[in-house]
Write a protein that binds this ligand. Structure first.
Ligand code: ATP
Ligand code: MG
Length: 554
């Protein structure tokens, strides 16, 4: 599959926005991306970011970044900073300042008071457990709270005292008075305000009551003039409530909510809560562990913003859901790196080769193209008497059709000469620890006379190469649906114990000593790699494998 063959992905929201602009319903499209700052963004959020910022970009509108920060206990400035960085890394910029739902707490409070005054809200003293019991179920209607018919005066007084901090967490709440028998449970007198004596990262200790998500989201959209409020399908049943608030409050605009199917990717967890658990319990080395499905993880692993955006384009936007194969994400990054990553050689399991007929003190500088198709210039590679090839490229008892090095056989060194294996030196246990070879001086850039040499292997000069560490990453989970654990188990039981293999003492070609974290490489015959942004140091290089050359899973 190449890019040109991938089907043009559909986005059902595009024609809706277009029609609203053509009909004059909206002069300008305004969308928003509303993360809760309670964790790092993951690949699912990338879909939402590309969708919201993408629609605004395509139709000449704006997209806001608004932190949905109504739950101070779980939120943190660390997450706010990381989320801003992730959005920009993906290549998007929000219009105006970063916004916070907490910017609107005063207005939301006034609107809550307005609902009390119009008889549409009341203070309820049921405990959270009692409220649950009163709420009913999908098959049974709820029951009215015994506090539902309090007078407006009493409600105003109690709500003011909730705000003043007179009551303990959970002792009372403010609820909308809608319909306890509504088939849609979200309309059974939903909570507008909870008591929570908690410090807030934006508003400090100003508030000890906090609005619910439902009471915050639509009104924030209205305040910001959002035209198309796009969210995932779990919120479809909240839409009647979203609209109820807009209809019962003097809001400045009437945004409309649309739902799309969230991204589910096989072999991958896309839940902040579970990702946090992986971090907190030490199953991975932090949010930016290159095996994580977080954007910081993909970034450290070497994924490019362009490959992420292409992936989101490929999967499209619809309401049907389903599970996307992780192979599509890997296809997107391979396609980008094949076109744009410089070629280099790195020997992961070095086996020393002494070329016995090459003069001891001679070094020949070879010049190799950095890319087979793009003009990226060349790099110099010294050829000398001692080199390394990969231990896996020599086989004493090769299977039929083996194209690499075998006793008495020949192979071409990439960009260099043809060598023949004359003798293998072994240790006491019989392991091959060194090869004695001879080279054919007539084969630089030429086929040898009178015989065919099929195999090509990568190599580096022994003295001039750079020792490095290489980290091979694989899927973090063994099973396609990690959340569906075996009986009684959890997604943690599906962790792939071989998801990280660390190789030390690898040897990289000399030009790699100058690599920077922004560089991407194809290590010939090994895969795509980049420097680890955290652990790599000059003189102690660490490379991460972004993705293998081909899909070799299963
Ligand atoms: P999680 O389930 O991981 O906790 P969330 O929905 O609680 O995610 P938010 O910070 O509230 O996380 O999400 C911000 C936006 O990203 C929301 O509009 C949400 O719908 C969207 N989003 C979250 N997960 C996905 C997903 N898997 N696919 C598409 N959009 C998503
Ligand atoms: Mg959420």
């Amino acid at each position: 599959m190449s890019k040109s063959e991938t089907p043009a992905a559909t986005n059902f929201l595009r024609p809706i926005v277009q029609a609203d602009l053509e009909s004059g319903k909206h002069a300008k499209v305004i969308t928003r991306f509303p993360p809760e700052p309670n964790g790092y963004l993951h690949i699912g959020h990338a879909k939402s970011i590309c969708l919201n910022f993408g629609l605004a970009k395509e139709f000449g509108g704006d997209c806001h970044l608004r932190f949905d920060d109504t739950n101070p206990a779980k939120e943190d400035q660390e997450y706010i900073d990381a989320i801003k960085q992730d959005v920009q890394w993906l290549g998007f910029q929000w219009a105006g300042d970063v916004r916070f739902a907490s910017n609107y707490f005063d207005q939301l409070h006034d609107w809550a008071v307005a609902l009390i005054k119009s008889g549409d809200a009341y203070v309820c003293d049921l405990s959270p457990e009692e409220s649950r019991a009163y709420r009913g179920s999908l098959t049974e209607p709820g029951r009215n709270s015994p506090f539902r018919d309090r007078s407006v005066e009493e409600n105003l007084d109690l709500f003011a005292r909730m705000k003043a901090g007179e009551f303990a967490d959970g002792a009372r709440s403010l609820r909308a008075k809608i319909d306890m028998a509504a088939p849609n449970i979200n309309l059974r007198d939903p909570i507008l305000y909870r008591i929570r004596h908690a410090h807030h990262h934006q508003t400090g200790d100003k508030w000890c009551i906090y609005p619910s998500y439902d009471f915050t989201h639509g009104q924030s959209d209205a305040i910001e003039g959002i035209t198309h409020s796009v969210c995932t399908l779990e919120f479809e049943d909240h839409r009647p409530l979203y609209e109820w608030f807009l209809a019962h409050l003097p809001v400045p605009a009437q945004p409309r909510q649309y739902e799309f199917a969230r991204l589910n990717l096989n072999y991958t967890i896309t839940s902040k809560r579970k990702l946090k658990q992986l971090v907190d319990e030490g199953h991975v080395n932090g949010w930016d562990d290159p095996r994580m499905s977080t954007l910081v993880g993909y970034r450290r692993r070497g994924y490019t913003p362009a490959s992420m955006r292409n992936f989101c384009d490929m999967i499209g936007v619809n309401r049907a859901g389903g599970v996307v194969d992780i192979g599509m994400l890997e296809f997107a990054i391979r396609e980008d790196l094949d076109a744009n990553a410089a070629r280099a050689m790195c020997v992961l399991k070095p086996l020393k080769v002494v070329i016995t007929n090459y003069p001891e003190d001679e070094v020949q500088l070879l010049s190799l193209a950095r890319h087979p198709k793009q003009d990226m210039g060349t790099r110099e590679l010294p050829f000398a008497r001692e080199i390394y090839i990969d231990a896996g490229d020599y086989e004493e008892n090769p299977p039929k059709g083996y194209k690499r090095l075998e006793p008495g056989g020949e192979v071409r060194l990439r960009g260099s000469y043809v060598i023949r294996a004359d003798e293998a030196i072994k240790d006491a246990e019989g392991n091959v620890i060194e090869l004695r070879c001879s080279y054919d001086p007539e084969t630089l850039g030429k086929n040898p006379e009178g015989r065919k040499v099929k195999g090509v292997v990568h190599w580096v000069p022994a003295a001039a190469s750079v020792e490095c560490e290489v980290r091979l990453y694989d899927r973090l989970f063994r099973s396609a649906n990690p959340e569906k654990a075996d009986e009684g188990g959890s997604f943690l039981d599906n962790i792939n114990p071989e998801s990280l293999v660390v190789l030390k003492g690898c040897r990289a070609e000399p030009s790699l000593a100058n690599a920077t974290v922004d560089d991407r490489f194809q290590f010939e015959r090994e895969g795509y790699f980049c420097l680890d942004s955290k652990d790599s140091k000059p003189g102690a290089l660490v490379f991460n494998r972004t993705v293998t050359l081909r899909d070799s899973w299963g």
